[in-house]
Design a protein around this ligand. Structure first.
Ligand SMILES: [Zn+2]
Length: 278
C-alpha cells in the first residue's frame, strides 16, 4: 500500500515539479526538492497530506506570477527572486515530511493538525509576501511599527496580513475537504467534527506562524547590505554580483531557516489548539 502510494506520489510530484520548472517557478534543484518532498509526503502521510502540499505549492506559484512586472523592483531585495530552489523546498516542506513520518508511526490527530498548521504557515507567509509587496500603503516594521521601504524583512502591511489570514483559511478548507474525502473513500465516516475546528485552527496557526516569520525577519534573521546598490538584501552575494556585507542577525538564520522555524511554530500552535479544543 505504502509502496504503491510512494510510486503514485512520485509520478504526481514529478509532473508538478516539471510543470513548475517549465513555468519558471522552480530551479532544477527546486524541482528535485519538490519531487522528494511530494513523494514522501504522499507516501508516508497519504493523499490528503499530498493534496494539501499541492494546494500550497500551486496557489503560491500562481500568486508569485500574479502582477510579476509590478514586483520586479522590490523582489531584488528578497534573496532568491521568484524561482524556488532546493533550500526553499526543504524549508517549506521538510517539516511536513517529518510529521508524515511521525503520523505513520503513530496516527494521532494532533500530528495531522501540526501538518495543517505547518502548511497554513508557509501558505500564509507566501501569500502575505506576494500580496503585501503590491500594497500601496508603506509597510511598517512588525517590531517598532515605524515605516520601512517595501520589501524590507519584517515589514508588514494590512493587505499582507489579510492575505496571510486568507492563506491559512485556504489550507483549512483544503484540509477539511481532502481529509473528509480520504476518510469517505476508505469507508470511514467523514469525521464532520473537524469542520468547525479545522478552519479556525488553520487560520490562527497560519497567522501566528507568518507573524513569527516577520518577527524573525525584523530581528534575528541574517541581513546583508550591498554597497554598490545601496540596498538591504537577504543574499550574501547580491544579484548585481558584488558581495554584500553582513549588517545584522545570526549567521545561520537565513531566509530558509526562518521559514522552517516559523512552520514549526505554526505546527505547534495547531497541535496545541487541537489537543485543547478537540
Ligand atoms: Zn548590488
Amino acid at each position: 500500500m505504502i509502496g504503491l502510494r510512494l510510486l503514485l506520489g512520485f509520478v504526481l510530484s514529478s509532473c508538478i515539479g516539471f510543470a513548475g520548472y517549465r513555468r519558471d517557478s522552480l530551479t532544477p534543484s527546486g524541482a528535485v526538492g519538490a519531487v522528494v518532498v511530494g513523494s514522501l509526503t504522499v507516501g508516508l502521510g497519504g493523499w490528503a497530506w499530498g493534496l494539501m502540499l499541492v494546494a500550497f505549492f500551486v496557489s503560491s506559484s500562481l500568486l508569485s506570477h500574479y502582477r510579476r512586472a509590478d514586483k520586479s523592483g522590490v523582489s531584488d531585495k528578497f534573496s532568491k527572486g521568484h524561482r524556488r530552489d532546493l533550500g526553499q523546498a526543504l524549508a517549506n516542506g521538510g517539516l511536513g515530511v517529518l510529521l508524515a513520518l511521525f503520523y505513520r508511526l503513530s496516527p494521532h490527530p494532533a500530528i495531522l493538525a501540526a501538518f495543517v498548521g505547518a502548511m497554513a504557515t508557509v501558505s500564509a507567509d507566501t501569500w502575505a509576501t506576494e500580496i503585501g509587496i503590491l500594497s500601496r500603503q508603506a509597510p511598517r516594521l512588525v517590531t517598532t511599527l515605524r515605516t520601512v521601504p517595501p520589501g524590507t524583512s519584517g515589514g508588514i502591511t494590512r493587505g499582507g496580513s489579510l492575505a496571510a489570514l486568507a492563506g491559512g483559511l485556504f489550507i483549512g478548507i483544503c484540509a477539511i475537504v481532502f481529509v473528509s474525502a480520504e476518510r469517505l473513500a476508505s469507508g470511514q465516516s467523514a469525521a464532520l467534527g473537524i469542520w468547525w475546528s479545522g478552519l479556525p485552527i488553520a487560520g490562527i496557526s497560519g497567522l501566528v506562524g507568518a507573524f513569527f516569520d516577520s518577527l524573525l525577519g525584523a530581528t534575528a534573521q541574517r541581513i546583508y547590505y550591498c554597497q554598490a546598490c545601496q540596498t538591504q538584501t537577504e543574499q550574501a552575494i547580491h544579484r548585481c554580483g558584488s558581495p554584500a556585507y553582513p549588517q545584522r542577525g545570526w549567521r545561520w538564520l537565513n531566509n530558509d531557516m526562518v521559514n522552517f522555524v516559523s512552520s514549526g511554530v505554526g505546527a505547534l500552535v495547531a497541535a496545541g489548539l487541537t489537543i485543547w479544543l478537540v
